[in-house]
Design a protein around this ligand. Structure first.
Ligand code: FE2
Ligand code: FE2
Length: 244
């Protein structure tokens, strides 16, 4: 597990998230294949089923999230949050594009919707902005282990660069969302809910991610411990407003 203090983000109170996201948008990844060593059929069968799932998950238009954020901003007057969340949605769409380009290079079609994603999207709509963020961060914490494992599955330098970029961005997303939960004042019941949701999600995604995670060095318990470790860090930021 990567400890979030390694990001050296300094004090989180008053952190300028729109400035961070706009800076990060300028260092977006160029996915180009001149040095790509072609994947074997075995490697393709290993990585693409789960990659299609993540590509579909990253592709949300963010409509509901943006509407919920707008309602929150109207009440709170926190204009910079709206700006930050717009940048955030654009960044997630870039993630989806990176994976889509990689899949297209190998003639793999994107998946339209998957049951887990449909389930997640429904769940997000139940609890206002907090609900949206709790579900989103759960998926992002799972993604952290997944992209780490995925980069170990092949020698593809293009895929490794994509995974590196995903990790860079998703670690900061986790901090961003946890800071929002701090602003929204998280409570022990919600913390318990987050723990239950994470445990259910780990159990639900394991069959679909098992091959990539195992080849990438994760046993079920390693994946479980790492995901719960990220959750612990997120809960700490949501409670204290700082990375400790
Ligand atoms: Fe993402
Ligand atoms: Fe994310």
């Amino acid at each position: 597990m990567i400890h979030l203090s390694r990001l050296r983000m300094g004090r989180l109170e008053g952190y300028d998230w729109p400035a961070y996201f706009s800076r990060n948008a300028r260092r977006k990844l160029l996915v180009e294949f001149t040095a790509e060593t072609y994947l074997t059929e075995q490697e393709k069968a290993l990585i693409f089923p789960s990659m299609r799932m993540f590509q579909a998950g990253e592709a949300s238009d963010g409509k509901h999230l943006l509407e919920t954020a707008e309602r929150y901003v109207k009440k709170s007057g926190d204009e910079s949050y709206l700006e930050a969340i717009r940048w955030f949605v654009a960044e997630e769409n870039r993630h989806s594009d990176y994976l889509k380009k990689y899949m297209e290079y190998y003639g793999v079609r994107p998946e339209k919707t998957i049951w887990l994603d449909r389930w997640f999207r429904r769940l997000r709509k139940l609890g206002g902005l907090k609900g949206e963020i709790i579900v989103l961060t759960t998926a992002e914490m799972i993604a952290l282990s997944y992209y780490r494992a995925l980069s170990e599955c092949t020698d593809s330098q293009v895929l490794r660069r994509i995974c590196r970029q995903m990790l860079h961005d998703e670690l900061r997303h986790l901090v961003f969302q946890s800071c929002t939960l701090h602003k929204l004042k998280s409570n022990p019941v919600e913390e318990l809910l987050r723990i239950c949701l994470m445990q259910m999600t780990i159990w639900a995604v394991w069959p679909r991610l098992r091959k990539v995670l195992t080849v990438g060095g994760f046993s079920y318990w390693h994946f479980y411990r790492e995901s719960m470790g990220y959750l612990r860090q997120s809960i700490r930021i949501a409670g204290q407003g700082e990375i400790r």
